[in-house]
Design a protein around this ligand. Structure first.
Ligand SMILES: [Zn+2]
Ligand SMILES: [Zn+2]
Length: 170
């Protein structure tokens, strides 16, 4: 859905979207399990040309656990409140001065903004840095390669034992 500035100059746009799997491309490391559901409003402040996009986005993505590599489903449910201003027109190569207070401000081009791009970005930002199937996931044993959630291997203890026996043999 394109958020058109010309339309926004007349009135705010309310959006209510359910985008089928694949409409918004995600990285191939994620397998989309549900439509992207989004709702919210886009509002243009005509005096400042600030475009404010507020809403909520939900999707379920299947991915691999960073620790045990087993697939699991991460449910994303994220609220957002974003400000966009017209992209600055500057001479090529000129530095764009962005103050610290503007760090979270995005830009739009003349005709407007693609809502799907905003939703894609918000979903990717909402992903946790560490993707684990569950907080207490024990991961893969680096010594024997077994999934320690399924099998309690003895590798750690054996190593300690060997060190102690080596000391004893001195
Ligand atoms: Zn795991
Ligand atoms: Zn092991």
């Amino acid at each position: 859905m394109f958020l058109e500035i010309r339309e926004l100059e007349q009135k705010p746009i309310r959006f209510e979207q359910s985008l089928a799997v694949g409409v918004i491309p995600f990285d191939s490391e994620f397998e989309q399990q549900s439509p992207v559901v989004a709702s919210g409003t886009a509002e243009l402040h005509t005096s400042t040309e600030e475009l404010r996009v507020q809403g909520r986005v939900q999707v379920s993505l299947r991915m691999e656990c960073d620790r045990c590599t087993e697939p699991f489903v991460q449910n994303i449910d994220e609220e957002f409140d974003l400000i966009y201003v017209p992209a600055p027109v500057t001479a090529p190569g000129a530095e764009i001065a962005i103050g610290p207070s503007d760090a979270n401000v995005g830009f739009y081009d003349g005709p407007g903004l693609e809502l799907n791009d905003i939703l894609q970005e918000q979903v990717l930002l909402a992903l946790p840095l560490q993707r684990v199937c569950r907080a207490e996931c024990k991961g893969i044993c680096p010594a024997c390669g077994q999934n320690r959630n399924e099998t309690a291997c003895q590798c750690q203890e054996q190593k300690t034992d060997e060190r102690w026996s080596a000391l004893k043999n001195l």
